[in-house]
Design a binder for this molecule. Structure first.
Ligand code: M6R
Length: 601
């Protein structure tokens, strides 16, 4: 994924665009660039590395004043992250500059066609091909909007394109297919961004676009059309968070800030879910109780951390509703032939609402007439728009690359869905459902109590700076937590980490245990004896082979003390809800270890 910004107005475009890129740097950070329309030409600069490299270059070599511009932060897909492959890319004669997010799947054929007619391409990217095609069309038609429509019809794949024409200093033109793009509506100025964070410092009025649409912004207007040229309307909305939510608020990383926001995020995600009579209500769900009563199978599709939230959901939904649940990676689901019927509910979990595999998976499900419910954090994003219903999480913007508050609020939404299904289907008594909601409402305090131990967790991280590999063990709802703990460490600390179901250890992975290997163990609450005791014997087993055991166990669980080289205490909560507290030390551990290792979290 990449970050994209466009601006037309009366301010210096360079400043507005670079500020927007800074807020989108979480989307891509291996190169960055800007292009401005000034004095009838394109002035541009682009640099490999972090945005700071570009800013330094721009400070050293002032670009001309301009009030129209575009910018990009890149996460490389085609071609290495170097200066030539950075965006923007220019057309053959330097008249058009283009930035792009996504993948143009037929770029090789288009590139061959361009080269056969004498075009020399300077980069290895798919984007430059689109820039050349766009400029050819602009030269032919004299109009960037028309040219964009024509070119988009030739492109296959997923893309957001944003372009400027040196002969038109008053406009920026963009297009989207299966890739995010939002318009920011200002007073005498307008914006484009991969998400609203790009312009939230300037306006909270936004407009979302449909698939296969082109938008042209000028200082005074916004016009939308289909790729076929037919006029269209965007949907305007008000963004309900502001600039402070998009800033680090004194923390070194967005990830750390977002970890500490979790009590608030969980509380917000629970707000307004009960009627005065004490019944659970899910307002935005849009699926009728009749639809839900007919459901006889649920398939959860997601990627990465969201997939691990789905694994927890399976335990909760099956336990409370007795509806069978399958959890599948979206990238696998979309390419196989899953058995779906009208009474199958497909639940798509996605923080961003834009993950391409998850989006394609829900389309696959809808073609087969299954109902699709999205669990999503990004209002107005594509996945909820293409779903039959949605449960929004209320985490606020998740800017850190590693999902943290996104994950916790997804868990909350999954629990609410499970309880709502139990209410509708009558598989649990109302007072039992009410009791679980009460327990959920106590979770913000429990999470805060885990956060209060952050210094102890940071000390553990300091003890492990030399570690090359870490294992995570869990059982039942603790198993997905182990997987999530390992993912966090891989993703931001660049360490080898594996999560295992503790019961699987003896079937092979135990061979990995060697002297001093840190093994983080998520110990189930003592109330469920069979789970707890089995976990304790698994811990004894790895310790006997020399592992260094770091145990996450509930307050008062003394049975674990003899086998724990280090202990982090968790509040006493039911086993199904334990992921909400157990994952927090793992997030803190990964964030701190990555920091100590000098990585850019
Ligand atoms: O936005 P989504 O929830 O659809 O994203 C899915 C994954 O890409 C995401 O959860 C990823 O695994 C996280 N960056 C992990 O921290």
């Amino acid at each position: 994924m990449c970050g994209i910004v466009g601006y037309v107005g009366s301010q210096q475009a360079r400043d507005v665009v670079v500020e927007g890129l800074r807020r989108l740097e979480y989307r891509g950070y291996d190169s960055a660039g800007v292009a401005l329309v000034a004095d009838g030409r394109i002035a541009h600069d682009k640099r490999a590395g972090k945005l700071a490299n570009l800013e330094k270059a721009l400070d050293e070599r002032a670009l001309p004043a301009a009030t129209t511009g575009i910018g990009h932060t890149r996460w490389a897909t085609h071609g290495a992250p170097n200066d030539p492959n950075a965006h923007p890319h220019l057309g053959r004669h330097g008249r058009v500059a283009l930035v792009h997010n996504g993948i143009i799947e037929n770029f090789a054929a288009l590139r061959a066609e361009l080269e056969a007619s004498g075009h020399e391409l300077r980069s290895e990217t798919d984007t430059e091909v689109a820039a050349h095609l766009l400029e050819l069309e602009v030269e032919r038609t004299g109009d960037l909007t028309t040219a964009m429509q024509v070119v988009c019809c030739r492109l296959e794949g997923a893309f957001t394109l944003v372009a400027v024409d040196s002969r038109d200093p008053d406009g920026v033109v963009a297009a989207r297919r299966n890739s995010p793009l939002v318009v920011g509506i200002g007073q005498g100025e307008n914006f484009l961004g991969s998400d609203v964070a790009a312009f939230i410092g300037h306006t909270r009025e936004a407009m979302e676009l449909d698939q296969d649409q082109v938008v042209t912004i000028t200082a005074d207007g916004v016009s939308v059309s289909g790729f076929d040229g037919a006029p269209a309307e965007g949907r305007r909305y008000h963004v309900d968070w502001d600039l402070t939510a998009a800033e680090k608020d004194g923390h070194d990383w967005f990830m750390r800030k977002e970890i500490f926001e979790q009590p608030r995020a969980v509380a917000d995600s629970l707000l307004g879910r009960r009627t005065p009579e004490g019944l659970l209500q899910l307002d935005e769900m849009r699926l009728s109780d009749g639809d839900l009563r007919d459901i006889d199978k649920i398939i959860i599709i997601a990627a990465g951390t969201s997939f691990y939230a789905g694994m927890v959901a399976k335990y909760a939904i099956e336990h409370w509703t007795r509806i069978p649940v399958e959890v599948e990676l979206a990238s696998e689901f979309r390419y196989r032939d899953p058995i779906l019927t009208r009474s199958t509910l497909v639940v798509a979990i996605s923080q961003s609402g834009e993950t391409a595999d998850t989006l394609q998976a829900i389309r696959h499900a809808r073609v087969q007439r299954s109902k699709v419910l999205a669990i999503c954090n990004s209002n107005g994003s594509t996945i909820p728009r293409e779903s039959d219903g949605v449960i929004y999480t209320h985490a606020g913007p998740e800017i850190g690359v590693a999902s943290t508050k996104g994950y916790l609020t997804q868990l909350v939404a999954c629990y609410l869905l499970a309880l709502y299904l139990a209410q509708v289907k009558g598989t649990r008594f109302g007072d039992e459902i009410g009791q679980v909601i009460d327990q959920l409402e106590q979770m913000p305090d429990h999470i805060a109590s885990v956060l209060a131990q952050s210094e102890e967790v940071y000390a553990l991280a300091r003890e492990h700076v030399e570690t090359r590999s870490v294992l995570f063990l869990g059982r039942h709802a603790g198993y997905p937590v182990a997987l999530e703990g390992a993912l966090k460490l891989k993703e931001i600390a660049y360490l080898h980490a594996e999560g295992f179901a503790a019961g699987e250890l003896k079937h092979g992975p135990i061979a990995l245990i060697e002297e001093g290997l840190p093994v983080l163990c998520i110990v189930p609450p003592q109330g469920r004896d069979f789970l707890h005791d089995k976990m304790v014997s698994g811990i004894q087993e790895v310790r006997a082979r020399g592992a260094r055991t770091i145990c996450l166990a509930e307050e008062g669980d003394e049975s674990i003390t003899p086998y724990a080289d280090a202990l982090v205490r968790l509040p006493q909560v039911p086993v199904l809800l334990q992921p909400l507290v157990a994952v927090v030390p793992l997030q803190l551990f990964a964030c701190e270890l990555a920091t100590l290792l000098g990585h850019d979290v």
